[in-house]
Design a protein around this ligand. Structure first.
Ligand SMILES: C[S@@+](CC[C@H](N)C(=O)[O-])C[C@H]1O[C@@H](n2cnc3c(N)ncnc32)[C@H](O)[C@@H]1O
Ligand code: SF4
Length: 406
């Protein structure tokens, strides 16, 4: 089978909102401060892009191509990420969601909006999101230590983050994710434990927990390079990650991906936790997905594309017919194999040989049998007749394992 003809159809849509009140010291996402006056024009441009998605790419009822280890289909998903989508005025939010619902119908869909807790203080905004059909909130909290939050340039305190979380609950969101980062400059294992232990008492559905990546273009990187701040060394950061796995496991959370934990029960698609973030699961299964917005990446019909990065450029191009908005890369079979492995192995349930064959046309046991055997011998990978998955140790050295399949 030619992998290129195996189009699964896309039932997943990512929408990028590239505005922030202030850029955090660690963040190099495609996002801009002090451009609030462009939000209305940007939203109109987004609606244009969404309504111009080619009809043959309309997802509707196309089969997902479910992961054979999942045994079940994923529902459609829409994810508004950023940047800070919760900075959008409600009228613009409504416009965008309406256009999105023409691409991926809302019925049965997971619809997530990323919020900075400092932008949704008070319940009104969240209540309106709920009324518009949004059913999942993802909040960036990062830490529950005010000095660390200040050092990161966050616009909220720990108490405000908690208040916004409680507000999301109070207006009826029954699926809420909180993002945290560990390995921060000056953060001790005791600080990190304290943040985890506090958050675990809030009855949160889902945690996305990242090890700090020092991105070269950020102020934090410059401060660390200049010796004004120092980050914990790799052993300490590794121990923080191990502690996270143990602590959240004991607190009843299921780790289903390298950086993601969700509460049970395990009655989500294919036995995933009920509150697993299914939009991201679609990425990890290397499924097809639409994307719209400045710098947004999509993956459809064997091609990856990225929209122009800059807000002004995006507004201009999305408003003009026949003006290229995207750069498209046709994927080679070996690229698809590398991506399928790198993404799929992030899932704790792993990846099946049938899934790899289905997505790429490769029989991985023939093409990479030696790599699999060596990784198993080193205790990084478990493999059986159905598929393979990272071991707990393998999750700490995931990148090393992924490299072997690229
Ligand atoms: C788009 S933001 C979330 C929503 C909102 N903008 C906010 O920050 O509250 C996505 C998440 O990526 C994570 N992140 C961003 N830059 C990171 C970095 N350099 N290292 C680790 N995690 C990072 C943060 O946890 C952040 O919450
Ligand atoms: S972490 Fe969130 S709020 Fe901070 S700059 Fe990045 S996108 Fe904006």
């Amino acid at each position: 089978m030619d992998w290129r003809t195996h189009s699964t159809g896309a039932r997943h849509l990512y929408i990028h909102i590239p505005f922030c009140h202030r850029r955090c010291a660690y963040c190099d996402f495609n996002t801009y401060a002090n451009m609030d006056d462009r939000m209305v024009a940007y939203s109109a441009a987004l609606v244009n892009e969404l309504s111009a998605l080619p009809p043959e790419r309309m997802p509707l009822i196309a089969p997902h191509g479910a992961h054979p280890l999942l045994r079940a289909d994923l529902p459609p998903t829409i994810f508004l990420g950023g940047g800070t989508p919760s900075m959008l005025p409600l009228a613009q939010m409504e416009q965008i969601l309406r256009a999105a619902s023409d691409v991926v119908p809302f019925a049965g869909a997971e619809i997530t909006v990323e919020c900075n807790p400092g932008t949704v203080l008070g319940k009104d905004y969240l209540r309106q999101l709920r009324a518009m059909g949004v059913n999942r909130i993802s909040m960036g909290v990062q830490s529950l230590h005010d000095p660390l939050l200040r050092m990161l340039g966050r616009i909220h305190t720990a108490a405000e983050a908690r208040a916004s979380y409680e507000d999301a609950r109070a207006v009826g969101f029954d699926s809420v994710n909180l993002d945290f980062i560990f390995g921060l400059p000056g953060q001790t294992p005791a600080d990190w434990h304290d943040t985890l232990a506090q958050a675990a008492t809030w009855d949160v559905d889902h945690f996305a927990i990242y090890s700090l990546i020092l991105e070269e273009s950020t102020p934090l990187y410059a401060q660390v390079q200049g010796g004004r701040l120092s980050v914990p060394d790799d052993d300490v950061t590794g121990a923080m990650y191990e502690h996270t796995m143990e602590f959240l496991g004991a607190a009843g959370y299921h780790q289903y991906e390298i950086s993601n934990w969700a509460r049970g029960p395990l009655d989500g698609p294919g036995g995933l936790p009920r509150h697993a973030g299914l939009h991201n699961v679609a990425y990890w299964l290397n499924a097809a997905y639409h994307a719209a917005g400045a710098g947004a990446h999509g993956h459809i019909d064997g091609q990856r594309f990225v929209d122009v990065l800059g807000v002004e450029d995006y507004i201009t191009r999305a408003g003009m017919l026949n003006t290229p908005l995207r750069e498209t890369t046709v994927l080679e079979p070996s690229d698809v194999l590398g991506e399928t492995m790198m993404m799929g192995l992030r899932l704790n349930m792993g990846i099946s040989y049938a899934h790899i064959h289905n997505r790429t046309g490769f029989d991985i046991r023939q093409t990479h049998g030696d790599v699999i055997a060596a990784s198993v011998a080193e205790g990084l990978l478990d493999a059986d007749d159905v598929g393979m998955r990272l071991t707990a140790r393998g999750r700490m050295y995931g990148n090393q394992v992924f490299q072997r399949f690229l």
